[in-house]
Design a protein around this ligand. Structure first.
Ligand SMILES: Cc1cc2nc3c(=O)[nH]c(=O)nc-3n(C[C@H](O)[C@H](O)[C@H](O)COP(=O)(O)OP(=O)(O)OC[C@H]3O[C@@H](n4cnc5c(N)ncnc54)[C@H](O)[C@@H]3O)c2cc1C
Length: 454
């Protein structure tokens, strides 16, 4: 058994935990980060698919309003570049057959106008939700007792508009809209600004900017600033907590003692740690009800981005195949063509369970329909499933089903004695995103620093 001592113990070396540690260190206190995995970064995971072609199995983009992430990248010397966005998107919805964007817009103009109206309504309703306490929204009780899906169904939308709305929303939440409450959807919109920021891939959207060398450079360089304060392969199993003291036990025998602990992991995983004395029932009831969503990314790498020459931007939106959406994720300065397919919600659950050969074949067929025969001949393929990963168990984040926010939501970020909570899932701005992970890490660290100063 080995022992370590620090002012603040931090569970998890994802972005939130690393930011908390750095903030604590900057305040003149000693942090100790305990990370279960053999690497830092958590839901940020860059793999070198081919030399010079890093792919993001985890987080990839930031958007114009992700101020903390821009500042962090600049500070760490990680450069950014814009997402490629020239050409038309390819659609295949509700039996339309494959249509290019201009043709799709010409044919379904009134359906798109219907969709726009509902998005504006969602923005109006979301503006009533206080992100720090969604349960206090004036209509919280009503909005929390209906699912987002049921509310969508009640808007009288045409099949094309309803299907598009579902695809856009599942692209954010990574679960079918019948699994989240309307209040949770409105909270998500409110933490991100407006629906146009959330759903758009062009200017103003959340997915407009990428990192040179891969997103993984961010946690890697951040952790390098205080390596001595990070222990890898140290899964936290038990947290003993007293009035001004905390003892954290890891698998493998490490015991860390400190004055405060920040648990910077998703709520459902936080609920799997043992606490002595046990946490209040309301906190455990909450973590029993905050499942991580289901998403995976699959990358097809070609000798060149052949779709660009056809006037396509590499994006597809479809309700036919395994992937509802795709993206051109080429690396500037490299000749390869890289297409990313998203499998989210039901698609991730169904196709993620198939042998790789089968899900790859299904995705290839979809790509060929949208981008032509050359799509069947990638040089390289890689995909990444997240629910199998013991220290993540699904992504992109935790979602609230009906009545969770209004019944248990207040226990999400509220400290319990010497225990504080971080992770993007507890953020009030860009919750579920890297931006939210940074905000939550800073918030928890500042609270601890204030307590220890007082
Ligand atoms: C496929 C995918 C795509 C995404 N795309 C984007 C995107 O484009 N843009 C964006 O902004 N965000 C995106 N995200 C979300 C983003 O990755 C997360 O919001 C952010 O990285 C979460 O950071 P975190 O520190 O809160 O949590 P995590 O990254 O989950 O970190 C938690 C850490 O705790 C560790 N841990 C877990 N249990 C224990 C334990 N018991 N003891 C010790 N350590 C433990 C884990 O190993 C992990 O390292 C994506 C996520 C995924 C998975």
């Amino acid at each position: 058994m080995s022992r370590r001592e620090a002012d603040v113990i931090i569970v998890g070396a994802g972005l939130s935990g690393l930011i908390a540690a750095r903030t604590v260190l900057q305040a003149g206190l000693t942090p100790l980060v305990l990370e279960a995995d053999e690497r830092v970064g958590g839901r940020i995971l860059t793999e070198d698919a081919l030399p010079g072609v890093p792919v993001e199995l985890g987080a990839q983009w930031i958007g114009d309003t992700h101020e903390r992430m821009f500042a962090l990248a600049a500070e760490l010397g990680v450069e950014t570049f814009p997402q490629y966005d020239e050409g038309e998107t390819s659609y295949d919805l509700v039996g339309s057959g494959v249509l290019r964007e201009n043709d799709f817009h010409a044919r379904f103009g009134s359906e798109l106008a219907e969709l726009e109206k509902v998005l504006r309504l969602l923005d109006e309703l979301a503006a009533e939700v206080p992100p720090e306490a969604p349960w206090l929204a004036p209509r919280a009780a009503a909005w929390d007792s209906i699912t987002a899906g049921a509310w969508y169904d009640g808007q009288g939308l045409s099949p094309v508009a309803r299907t598009l709305l579902e695809i856009c929303t599942v692209g954010i939440l990574a679960v079918p809209t019948v699994e989240v409450s309307l209040l949770h959807l409105l909270f998500t919109i409110q933490t991100c600004g407006v629906t146009s920021e959330l759903f758009a891939e062009s200017e103003g959207g959340a997915q407009t900017v990428r990192f040179v060398g891969g997103t993984g450079e961010i946690p890697k360089r951040l952790a390098a600033l205080f390596t001595d304060h990070i222990v890898l392969n140290a899964p936290v199993l038990l947290i003993e907590h007293g009035t001004d003291r905390v003892t954290v036990h890891c698998r493998g025998g490490l015991v860390a003692e400190g004055r405060r602990v920040i648990v910077a992991i998703s709520p459902t995983l936080a609920g799997r740690i043992m606490y002595d004395p046990p946490l209040p029932g309301v906190r455990d009831q909450l973590t029993q009800r905050l499942p991580n969503a289901s998403a995976m990314k699959a990358f097809f790498i070609y000798d060149e981005p052949f779709w660009r020459a056809d006037g396509l931007n590499g994006q597809l939106i479809s309700d036919v195949g395994p992937a509802r959406m795709s993206n051109d994720t080429c690396i500037p300065g490299d000749d390869h063509g890289v297409l990313l397919l998203f499998l989210e919600g039901e698609q991730a659950r169904t196709f993620g369970r198939l042998p790789e050969e089968e899900r790859r074949a299904a995705m290839t067929a979809e790509l060929v329909r949208h981008f032509g025969e050359r799509a069947a001949r990638p040089e390289f393929y890689i995909d990444g499933e997240w629910s199998d990963r013991q220290w993540t168990r699904g992504c992109y984040n935790a979602n609230c089903g009906p009545l969770v926010w209004t019944t248990f939501g207040h226990a999400l970020a509220e400290p319990i004695g010497v225990i504080h909570w971080a992770s993007t899932d507890t953020a009030i701005r860009w919750s579920a995103y890297m931006e939210g992970a940074v905000e939550a890490g800073e918030r928890a660290a500042h609270a601890v620093i204030a307590e220890l100063a007082g």
